[in-house]
Write a protein that binds this ligand. Structure first.
Ligand code: SF4
Ligand code: MG
Length: 313
């Protein structure tokens, strides 16, 4: 997946004046086969909007998304149907994504009937196999979503999402509503499924520990932009951007001998309808210089495969 210059501006009007919320502002990223790209950032940074744009649940204001070399804006109906099959999603609330009046077997079978033209019997048969694959008993297929725990429902949502053998799965806060021990189980399940099928993941979360565990590469978003991206080891080991450093300083390190100094940022995240000029992080940056308020730093390579946008790097 190749995303270039992606923008999503939501029009607003305030006191008769028209403006826009720049939810996503010039985002470029790649996701390679079989890898997991983690997207992190605080709530409202635009990471979910990026996920929704990739899934075509939203139309971009500008920019291109290519999948296997084909631009999705230029796809034929047939290619789009294939794209919708190849890209699946798992969201935070598994209960909301499952129809309460459908047995879980039917819920998992449905996409295979609708999108692949499988017969009901065949699809239900495959749903049983999928339930087993995600660690549930085949016999639970007759039960309804309310009869399961949150973790089990997320397993069901995953079974449904992988039923069409997607190439890429977008997981948006997919484990955030679950207990920590269940989060680990679901993350491990996603890892096993990836090993088997070479699916790619875009794993969107505000939870840095989970992202660190699951990702190969990580992109950090702030105010609609990616401010830093690198291989996981480089990003967590040698974060370059002042925002990334502040964000990481708030999570406990797994290695007790390694301690990061806690960096507390001043102020709040600015309103995306009125982002600061220059470097969007400058009002809160502990290292800001005068030019930071005027010149927007370029997003450039600061180490092998490591990109960041800051004048001081
Ligand atoms: Fe901070 Fe300036 Fe770097 Fe922006 S460009 S992150 S304000 S030092
Ligand atoms: Mg979100």
């Amino acid at each position: 997946l190749e995303v270039n210059g992606l923008k999503k501006y939501f029009p607003i009007s305030k006191g008769g004046r028209k403006g826009s919320v720049k939810a996503v502002d010039d985002v470029s990223l790649n996701v390679y086969e079989g890898e997991t790209l983690g997207i992190v950032g605080e709530s409202g940074c635009g990471k979910s909007t990026v996920g929704r744009l990739i899934l075509r649940l939203l139309d971009p204001t500008a920019g291109t998304i290519r999948f296997n070399g084909l631009e999705i804006g230029a796809m034929s109906q047939r290619q789009l149907r294939k794209y919708r099959k190849d890209l699946q999603c798992v969201f935070q609330d598994p209960f909301a994504s499952l129809n309460p009046r459908m047995s879980v077997g039917e819920a998992i079978a449905e996409p295979m009937i609708v999108q692949e033209g499988k017969s009901r019997t065949e699809a239900l048969q495959r749903a049983e196999e999928l339930l087993e694959k995600v660690g549930l008993n085949r016999r639970v297929q007759r039960l309804y979503p309310h009869e399961f725990s949150g973790g089990q429902r997320q397993r069901i949502a995953i079974a449904r999402a992988i039923s069409l053998r997607p190439k890429l799965l977008v997981a948006d806060e997919a484990v955030s509503a679950l207990d920590v021990s269940i989060q680990a189980q679901i993350v491990n399940l996603l890892g096993e499924l990836q090993q088997e099928s070479h699916m790619s993941y875009v794993f969107i979360s505000h939870n840095l520990s989970v992202v660190r565990h699951i990702s190969d590469r990580v992109a950090v978003m702030y105010l609609g932009r990616i401010v830093e991206t690198a291989e996981k080891e480089a990003l967590f080991g040698e974060p370059k951007h002042p925002y990334t450093r502040a964000l990481l300083s708030s999570v406990p390190e797994p290695d007790v001998n390694f301690r990061r100094e806690r960096i507390v940022l001043r102020g709040e995240v600015p309103n995306a309808a009125d982002p600061p000029p220059g470097c969007p992080f400058h009002p809160r940056c502990p290292h800001a210089e005068s030019r930071c308020a005027i010149e927007t730093p370029a997003f450039r390579e600061v180490g092998p495969g490591h990109y960041a946008s800051c004048h001081l790097i």
